[in-house]
Design a protein around this ligand. Sequence first.
Ligand code: HPA
Ligand code: ZN
Length: 343
Amino acid sequence: MELEAYVRALPKAELHLHIEGTLEPEMMFALARRNGVALPWASVEAVRAAYAFTDLQSFLDLYYAGAAVLVREQDFFELAFAYFERAHADGVVHAELFFDPQTHTARGVALETVLDGLERACVEARARWGIGSRLILCFLRHLSEEEGFATLQQALPHLSRIDGVGLDSSERGHPPAKFARLFARCRELGLHVVAHAGEEGPPAYIVDALDLLKAERIDHGVRCTEDPALVGRLVREQVPLTVCPLSNVKLCVFPDLARHNLGQLFAAGLKVTINSDDPAYFGGYVAKNYVDTARALGLGRAELRRIARNSLEASFVSAAERAPWLARLDALGEDCEGEGGAA
Ligand code: HPA
Ligand SMILES: [Zn+2]
């Protein structure tokens, strides 16, 4: 089996995916027209040409500008439905979607509108393709903790359809400590907790995401290798890292995939997963992240199976829900063992 087909056949969970980051330029322009929203680019080609990012902030500026075309429930539905269709083609059996309510409520779009559209797509994806999903509300860390509390207040009537909270946006200068009280309240409400840390921020932010926010997974986390004691802890506690290789290259966290530290993280025994982050902006959905990383770092099929297994184990589904996917994964491993494991 070709590597691409093998990767697509791996049952996998996607755990680090910003739904607003799946907005392809074609949809951006179609929704801008439909909703009468002016965009700062003249054409699909012009917006694609602007995807030459130098760091996280240069991406975020463009990403928030693009998200302004999302206004109605139908827009959020179409956005998420298009993602699920691609995810299904990539062998994703379960996806935990991040969404950024503050990006939308700041423009007068109600949290309920966002949730209604996303949830309808989740239901439709389950019915059509059997894909499972969860929704994770992310707080924008460049805003204040008080604004985060206001967003949580708006979310309270909808907690039955929100599974967890996360922390995203500009990392440098916005440490986890800024949100310790907000995340404590979220935990009291029974929400799962994840946080972006150690993408551009220092390893200390990963430590604080674990100790102060009680994050169950670290989103990115690649800068952990600068602190050997932290790596030891992440291995001991088997804290999942949701690594996004194409994102890291696009945002200049690593100069190229061959110099990405995912292979090093994996060899150290960390619970590494591979994800796409904002695939419309970073040049590839989850299967391309697996394939390109495997080629660049020489990962074999046993390693790819391990990474897919990690994603299923690190998801928020029950052991019973996960069991059939793990069985399929193991069966695939045996089927392909004789075909030469190397990527
Ligand atoms: O990679 C990311 N990092 C931080 N915030 C984000 N919001 C969307 N993508 C990202
Ligand atoms: Zn992210």
